[in-house]
Design a binder for this molecule. Structure first.
Ligand code: NAP
Length: 329
């Protein structure tokens, strides 16, 4: 095995920031139990932030980003994994303070690794990636709080994004009537092909005005957008409905009131995929393996190479991405 390999490296000093494909030595990887030959990674919003100087994601430089990876075990000091095992590793400290997936090799602690479930390829696992895991966790939490397809329409905000696209397709597959909200006029057809029953403009969810309580339109919502839009969503959810909030592409401040909670019994469910416990994580990956068919996953995915990352990462920060970028390493 070659001692040197390629990776995307970001570096920052007081006066300079750089991003590019560099040669790295195995000895430069962090110490961890399992050495993995990475086959695929993906691009998430956090990776976009890791690729810019003021993204406040990367803890120390030089650094290899990429919060998701899937590949084959080369060697392991953890008895749960042996050479040749196909594995997935997402989140925890990966791509934030522990070298990540934009690299031909990665060393990852065994406690962060999920065996690749049956009926899922390494590429499909990375089409799902953290976005898919987050959508699956959102749907599970909504269902734990009483959502069933008979309860009414389910809203997905930021619907053309990674979490959004996955949520639309997974909800539709489970028999839900999905309202997909998007800022991209040109992508309505895409969202219908993922299974959305109805596609509405982002402005129909939030038009700059928030009422404490508004007309009850949706039984539940998967919301990776947050911000003022989330306050508007909360005012439009059915009595006893739930909102699973996972993101902040629309902002971090939510100017809501207590009224949706105390007068309509709305549940606001926080979704964190980063430290999602391993038993839940493994069950969600099994569920995803049995969920979307390859044709749907391929409709959501666009494949890029390691070399194409520097020009592709900025697209997600501009909110212009459609679906998921899967990165062939
Ligand atoms: N909690 C967790 O564990 C977790 C896990 C993964 C991601 N996240 C977070 O979830 C969010 C989405 O992640 P992602 O990977 O899906 O990102 P993404 O692929 O960039 O999707 C975000 C989507 O949000 C919409 N959007 C962008 N700017 C907006 C604005 N100003 N107002 C309203 N909508 C806007 C756009 O969709 P439309 O054009 O279709 O509206 C965009 O495609 C991020 O904040 C990310 O950090 C959290």
């Amino acid at each position: 095995m070659s001692e040197r390999f390629h990776a995307l490296l970001v570096d920052k000093t007081e006066s300079d920031f750089s991003i590019g494909i560099r040669e790295v030595a195995l000895s430069e990887l962090p110490k961890a139990d399992v050495l993995i030959k990475v086959a695929y990674s993906s691009i998430n919003y956090k990776d976009g932030l890791a690729s810019i100087p003021d993204g406040k994601i990367v803890r120390s430089y030089p650094f290899i980003p990429g919060i998701d990876l899937a590949g084959v075990v080369v060697s392991s000091e953890d008895p749960r994994f042996v050479e040749g095992d196909q594995v997935i590793a997402t989140s925890y400290e990966i791509g934030v303070s522990h070298f990540g997936g934009y690299s031909e090799f990665a060393r990852i602690p065994g406690d962060w690794i999920v065996p690749l479930p049956e009926n899922l390829s390494l590429k499909e696992a990375m089409i799902y990636g953290t976005a898919g895991l987050t959508a699956a966790l959102s749907i599970q939490r909504l269902e734990e709080n009483g959502l069933t397809p008979g309860k009414g329409k389910v809203l997905v905000t930021g619907a053309t994004g990674g979490v959004g696209s996955m949520a639309v397709a997974m909800l539709a597959k489970r028999g839900y009537e999905v309202t997909a909200s998007t800022g991209k006029e040109s992508e309505h057809e895409y969202l219908h092909t993922l299974g959305a029953a109805e596609v509405i403009s982002r402005n129909e969810v939030y038009n700059g005005k928030i009422k404490a309580l508004d007309k009850q339109l949706w039984a539940a919502a998967v919301d990776p957008v947050g911000g003022e839009s989330l306050a508007a969503v909360l005012s439009k959810i059915h009595y006893n409905g739930s909102v699973a909030v996972s993101g902040l592409t629309g902002g971090g401040n939510v100017p809501t009131t207590v009224f949706p909670f105390i007068l309509r019994g709305i549940n606001l469910l926080g979704i964190d995929s980063v430290y999602c416990p391993m038993d839940i994580r493994k069950a969600l990956w099994k569920r995803m393996a049995a969920d979307l068919k390859p044709d749907v996953l391929n409709r959501i995915a666009k494949e890029v190479s390691l070399e194409e990352l520097p020009q592709t990462l900025p697209i997600i920060l501009k909110g212009q991405a459609r679906g998921r970028f899967v990165v062939k390493i």
